[in-house]
Ligand binder design. Sequence first.
Ligand code: ZN
Length: 296
Amino acid sequence: MKTKNTDVPIWDRRRPKFLFSGLMSCGCCGGGFSKVSKDGFGCSTARKKGSAACTNMSVIKQKDLEARVLEALEHHLMDEDAVRIFCEEYTAERNRLQSTRAAGRAELEKELRQVNADHKKLVDAILAGVPADQVKDRMIDLDTRRKDLERKLSASPAPDPLRIHPGMAQTYRARIGQLIAGLADAERMDEAKEALRALIEKVELVPVSAEEAEGGKPGLAIHLHGALASLLRLACGLPVHEVVCAAAQMQKAPRRAGRGGANSAQSADADLQCIDNIVELVLVAGAGFEPAAFRL
Ligand SMILES: [Zn+2]
């Protein structure tokens, strides 16, 4: 089955056409980059909406872009120092969240004890002759609250932390090499493509003037932003489908604004589940250190 104006079969349309389709963005206007010539990518906004919307008319060759991004993924992201510093930050943030969660749990447990004690007092009152009608509503309220607290306390525990080990940088390097080699293997190509895409949050293309450029020629600088959750999963030796899955989760779980308050235990749980998201923010905001960003 095919539809008008395209030769791509309908079941294949969701697949990205090029290795980094949908991940490239314009460093000037934030719009998407797409094929603008037989073998080059350029800013779609600049072409569709004109210079009032974006002035970035530079083009980058597909081959050049793909080779440079793959080279950076393989050799410049996740080097040993970066991984070590990241692990320290990661562990600290994770411990902080765990303790928030533990404190929240203790509060819930305390309230549950109080609710049970109050309930017992009312039962005793009825036994002592107080008419049940007088305490019925209060008993129903207490019962509802008890069930609510028990449900919260039995809610699923936080997932196991990612195992961080000193060999992460080497594991990462070996596996990224296998994925890149997989691009040239018909059988493994789709999986390799999907996994490599999952490691990238975005590929930003920023114009560089002749004066700024190293070779004295104007062009586009590539700012590669790695998807930390996926990079880490790859580095921890998790299977490829979990690497891809991490990327999908990140897209589905945008960071909520604000936290704490009455549901701090609950939100700590949710935060632990989105830990990769948070740590990324912490790293950027905290140490001013991004293990997963690289300018090519
Ligand atoms: Zn643009």
